[in-house]
Design a protein around this ligand. Structure first.
Ligand SMILES: Cc1cc2nc3c(=O)[nH]c(=O)nc-3n(C[C@H](O)[C@H](O)[C@H](O)COP(=O)(O)OP(=O)(O)OC[C@H]3O[C@@H](n4cnc5c(N)ncnc54)[C@H](O)[C@@H]3O)c2cc1C
Length: 538
């Protein structure tokens, strides 16, 4: 990553400013991931970041296997694996630490080819993403600059002006871009600039977050413990060899700093570890911070060519570890579409599918996190006791618990690219699984064979209309013979599926082997509808 002035132009006089394909505001994990995914598709971007280094305070620690696939798509999964550890899943404990419910997500090679739950340290992830980005000449990270305004040019709708200034003083400057990604976190300037407002999803609590390094024995389940105690709700997990994370809910009027005094902390962690007499060498409080956990979602995620991603678009309490995960899903969903519009002239309407697909998904995950939070804390009103009892029972209902075990995230909602699902098991809009497969005697993960663009997976030889569709999409056709993918196709009552670059199923073959929805999605992708498909399309 250079810090040169490419693509910049001073306001007023001087050389005429270069128009950049993409400006990304914020080099948090979501902004850097978006830049990486775009760079891999040959789309240039400049990432603008206020701070010089990654944010050092404790934040995300858990990631699911669907999202590890995104790290794979960005080419950083091996580095991440070296820094992460698999976990057993999630347990709900009562106030006396008896297990109320256990949601195991401990398959080492789950449905998506990775451990279902991984624990890690967010600054480690951010550093490795930045290192990966530095290897692409398509991207430039400019730190120490603050974006103060983002404005679409009324005389040129596809053109956005970004105003920035150095944080240590100096005049402002403008950049012009074909698209701007607002990855600037919870207090997003870009969100304000596009006139988006928060919708409150009714959750707000203050929590103390504590990271500890210790060599002492810890009573630990190797997963996430959620203590459902209205008196002192807590979360606990091991995140490294000798690193542990605790989170404690703060009561109204309670002060995080006084609770973080060493003697209070030792009392708080007592159910897990006897640290009473330990020296600071044996029990080191690495850092503590107070956070207000909120549940919010922006009412619009896009205006023209300006988009919101990550915490700029949605906030969730962290109880099911899905805040950062949702942001990385945003980047994965948008990057290929934007690249197709900017690089291949696809229809602008393709970009409408970003919010229609991502918003309902994010909303679903936030609701699940809030429900978990209510189970832990009982909420804050008089109905709390009733609700906690009801929720305690609900966790034992298969549909509810399945959401936290097998199928953490739902299929995408209907939209320009996702057709209506007529049956519950219909595959359109859901993620294609990623089994390990053998190619030329080598065991590889499916995505490495599918490549970075569209792909067709089929049982047996493709029909002529499927072959024609694969040709226009430039998609490899993979005959999955017999195996987990064939079983997945069979369960979805089809013999073939077209998989998008973000591994979501775009279409499935009908009984006659044709793609029934091709006339809906092909124009959006600026892909011709092959005559053979047109004949058989519904
Ligand atoms: C205690 C805690 C625990 C969590 N646990 C989990 C978990 O287990 N799993 C999970 O998935 N998520 C978790 N999260 C959520 C996760 O940390 C966030 O969702 C994630 O950091 C959001 O990333 P982001 O890139 O969208 O925003 P941020 O990380 O906030 O990055 C935004 C960046 O934009 C920069 N910026 C802002 N405004 C400007 C501007 N005007 N100009 C220039 N730069 C700007 C900021 O400096 C910052 O670097 C947790 C959060 C907390 C607080």
């Amino acid at each position: 990553m250079s810090s040169g002035p490419s693509g910049t132009g001073p306001s007023g006089t001087g050389p005429s400013p270069t128009r950049l394909p993409v400006v990304i505001v914020g080099a948090g994990p979501v902004g850097v991931m978006a830049a990486l995914l775009l760079a891999r598709r040959g789309i240039r971007s400049v990432v603008l970041e206020r701070h010089r280094d990654v944010y050092p305070l404790p934040r995300a620690v858990a990631m699911d296997d669907e999202v590890r696939r995104i790290l794979q798509a960005a080419g950083v999964h091996e580095e991440f694996a070296a820094a992460a550890r698999p976990a057993n899943g999630l347990r709900l404990l009562d106030a006396r630490h008896r297990v109320m419910a256990e949601f195991r997500r401990d398959a080492p090679n789950g449905r998506h080819g990775y451990p279902q739950t991984s624990l890690f340290d967010q600054p480690d992830l951010e550093r490795l993403l930045r290192k990966a980005l530095s290897e692409y000449e398509e991207s430039e990270l400019r730190s120490g600059v603050e974006v103060i305004d983002v404005r679409e040019q009324s005389d040129d709708p596809g053109r956005v002006r970004v105003t920035l200034r150095p944080v240590d003083g100096g005049g402002s400057e403008h950049l012009w871009a074909d698209a701007v990604l607002g990855c600037d976190g919870a207090n997003s300037t870009v969100r304000q600039a596009i006139g988006a407002a928060w919708q409150d999803l009714r959750f707000e609590e203050r929590w103390l977050v504590l990271d500890v390094r210790t060599s002492l024995p810890v009573r630990c389940w190797e997963g996430v413990d959620q203590v459902c105690d209205p008196g002192r709700a807590a979360t606990f997990m091991r995140i490294g060899e000798d690193r542990y994370r605790w989170e404690f809910r703060l009561a109204d009027g309670e002060d995080a700093d006084s609770l973080a005094a060493p003697s209070s902390i030792r009392a708080l962690v007592h159910p897990w570890i006897d640290a009473g007499e330990a020296s600071a060498d044996d029990f080191e409080i690495i850092r503590h911070a107070e956070y207000t956990f909120r549940a919010r979602i922006a009412d619009r995620w896009r205006r023209g060519r300006v988009f919101l991603l990550g915490d700029a678009a949605h906030l969730t309490p962290p109880f099911i570890g899905q805040g950062l995960c949702a942001g990385l899903r945003d980047a994965y969903n948008l990057a290929w579409k934007l690249a197709r519009v900017l690089g291949d002239g696809a229809d602008e309407a393709l970009l409408d599918s970003y919010q229609s697909e991502r918003e309902p998904h994010a909303r679903h995950m936030i609701r699940l996190a809030v429900a978990t939070g209510w189970t832990m804390t009982g909420g804050q009103d008089r109905a709390a006791v009733v609700r906690r009892t009801v929720l305690g029972i609900a966790w034992r209902i298969p549909g509810m618990s399945a959401a936290l075990t097998d199928h953490l995230s739902p299929a995408l909602a209907r939209g320009p690219l996702v057709g209506r699902r007529r049956r519950p098991r219909q595959l359109v809009g859901s993620l294609c699984p990623q089994p390990w497969i053998t190619v030329d005697g080598r065991r590889v993960r499916l995505d490495d064979v599918l490549g970075e663009n569209f792909a067709v997976v089929t049982v047996g030889a493709p029909t002529p209309s499927l072959s024609a569709a694969a040709r226009v999409l430039d998609a490899p056709v993979i005959d999955v013979a017999d195996g987990p993918l064939a079983a997945w196709l069979r369960r979805g009552r089809t013999r073939a599926a077209v998989v998008r670059p973000d591994r979501v199923v775009l279409d499935v073959a009908g009984r006659d082997g044709s793609l029934p929805r091709i006339t809906s999605w092909a124009p959006l992708l600026s892909t011709p509808v092959p005559p053979s498909s047109r004949r058989s399309a519904a």
